[in-house]
Design a protein around this ligand. Sequence first.
Ligand code: CUA
Length: 175
Amino acid sequence: RAAPRLEHHSLNIYENIWLLIGLLIQLLLFVGVIASLVSGTSPLLSDNTASHNHLAGVQSGRVDPANLQATAFAKPGLYQLEDGSYQAIVVARAFAFDPPFLKVPAGTPIDFHVTAQDVVHGYYVYGTNINVDLMPGQVSSFRTTFDTPGEYNVICYEYCGIGHHNMLNKIIVEP
Ligand code: CUA
């Protein structure tokens, strides 16, 4: 009569383990939801992007890739904001960057906001340490200053299809 009792006992242990795992998963989900809520709404966390990032249709670095026409990405190019800072808006799609070239002033910080419309692309400014992945739905933002006037080639650095190696772009830094 010992065997059935053992079996019953071990069954209880498994039940408890599964119960514990279930509780842990719920706890992790709960923490994740709270964390995402906090990061989406807390002014402390979102401030450093928001202050230089008055991008229409962009929420916490995300954008609807199917509806770029309703966002700041409808008109790619270089813009000077009211506070004098510069914002470069760039869209990558197979197999080109929009705009095809950007003219920027030398020695001035430029806030780049780049996104992909269709598939994953890359934005590598040749000869610099700027190399960002572009994903549909996400805005890749970075600030950089080009100190030396001249021309910089931008290369798509993620394989994106048959035209990948022709996906080039130019940044012209003016004195
Ligand atoms: Cu776009 Cu490779």
